[in-house]
Design a binder for this molecule. Structure first.
Ligand SMILES: *Cc1c(COP(=O)(O)O)cnc(C)c1O
Length: 385
């Protein structure tokens, strides 16, 4: 199979960009790559249902393609639920996976037919009891995020020891205590990262059983990586490691499972074409580093360069020429709008003002992270081909 990772060799993307003649930065997603990614997940985890994390890229064409392929959708808001429903899927293919919901949004989701909700505390269970009576809830537990390049910290989930209490609270209030969820951290490069969380999940299943509550489902979350500059394990390796961990901790009573890939579904499918606005130095000293300013930066869609966490592959028409380190920055008048400085980025010495560059693996967490009109710069233009 040809590698779609190299946008310069992807004729569909190249042809589109040539014709687009964009004046500003432009993102193109190749839907054929999304289709391949879906097939890889389905093959690697054949007994697991896919709930695409809509927030990674909610372009209607992507949602429609995934709906047609049989995907379900993990939504974090009523607007995302409506985007998923607009594909024609029934609400039983949608989960409201955000643990932090306004009660009126729970009611709005319930009115649309959504019956699967995430919780991580008793207070949220009580909102669901009042506004989505009888619904299924799964309890999110904390995972440490070790090995992830974009860890999800402590914002979501309770300690595993509290989960059985939260689920018992739900059960006592007429909800269906349905299962356990976790997220091992985004861009998770360690295929073994699911093991410890699955050990905790199995312990919660046993504790609930001791209380007469029989859970059904483990939500394995997202975390599946996209290839940026470093190689990543294949989806199959994740599938095998997860299956081994399920067997180790649940024995021959393997629960229903779902995954919520976001980045792994769309990341490698998108490329951004941007323009070099300025190349300059801060002094005339011989060894002074070049600053390369693009017409896209942290506020134009590259928010995940925060703390220099995600390092995108950047291709230029001068690749193969001698390279030298650069500070890479965006176009806005905010001094935070610098992508790579602590770890400078090597770019060709022959790169010039006005050149186009291709930023690869941009399909996830870019369009929706773009500011609306900061400094008058338009949000990132996005196309799906
Ligand atoms: C963001 C998110 C995901 C997707 O994570 P990726 O690392 O992009 O796969 C999955 N589940 C939940 C609950 C999320 O918030």
């Amino acid at each position: 199979m040809t590698s779609h990772l190299d946008a310069l060799e992807n004729d569909r993307l190249r042809g589109f960009l040539r014709n687009a003649q964009a004046d500003g930065p432009i993102m193109v997603v190749d839907s054929e790559i999304v289709r391949e990614n879906y097939a890889k997940f389905a093959r690697a985890l054949p007994d697991t249902r896919v709930f695409y994390a809509v927030k990674a890229n909610p372009a209607p064409e992507i949602l429609q393609l995934l709906a047609d392929l049989g995907s379900c959708f993990d939504c974090a808001s009523v607007v995302e639920i409506d985007m998923a429903l607009a594909t024609g899927v029934k609400p039983d293919r949608i989960s409201f996976g955000n643990t932090i919901k306004k009660e009126r949004d729970v009611a709005a989701a319930f009115a649309r037919g959504v019956r699967l909700f995430a919780v991580d505390c008793r207070e949220e269970v009580e909102k669901i009891e009042r506004s989505a009576p009888g619904a299924r809830v799964f309890c999110r537990i904390l995972a440490d995020g070790a090995g992830a390049e974009w860890p999800l910290s402590r914002k979501f989930g309770c300690v595993p020891a509290m989960a059985a209490d939260v689920l018992e609270h739900a059960h006592a209030r007429g909800l269906v205590a349905y299962g356990v969820s976790f997220h091992v951290g985004s861009q998770q490069n360690n295929v073994g990262a699911w093991d410890a969380a699955l050990a905790s999940a199995a312990e919660i299943f046993r504790e609930c059983e001791r209380r007469g509550i029989y859970l059904s489902m483990v939500n394995l979350g997202g975390g599946f990586p996209t290839r940026y500059l470093k190689d990543i394990p294949a989806v199959d390796a994740y599938g095998n490691a997860i299956f081994e961990a399920l067997k180790a901790h649940f024995g021959n009573r393997i629960p229903e499972t779902i995954i919520e890939p976001g980045r792994g579904m769309v990341g490698n499918a998108g490329v951004i074409e941007a323009e070099v606005v300025l190349i300059s130095k801060k002094s005339d000293a011989e060894d002074e580093i070049r600053w390369v300013y693009l017409d896209i930066g942290k506020f134009g869609g590259l928010a995940e360069t925060m703390d220099e966490a995600i390092r995108y592959p950047i291709r230029t028409a001068h690749d193969g020429d001698a390279v030298a380190p650069c500070v890479l920055a965006g176009p806005t008048c905010d001094s935070a709008d610098v992508m790579y400085e602590k770890a400078p980025y090597a770019l060709p010495v022959s790169l010039s003002i006005g050149d186009k560059v291709l930023i690869e693996a941009c399909g996830a967490y870019t369009t929706t992270y773009a500011a609306v009109a900061f400094n008058g710069f338009a949000p990132l233009a996005s196309h799906v081909i």
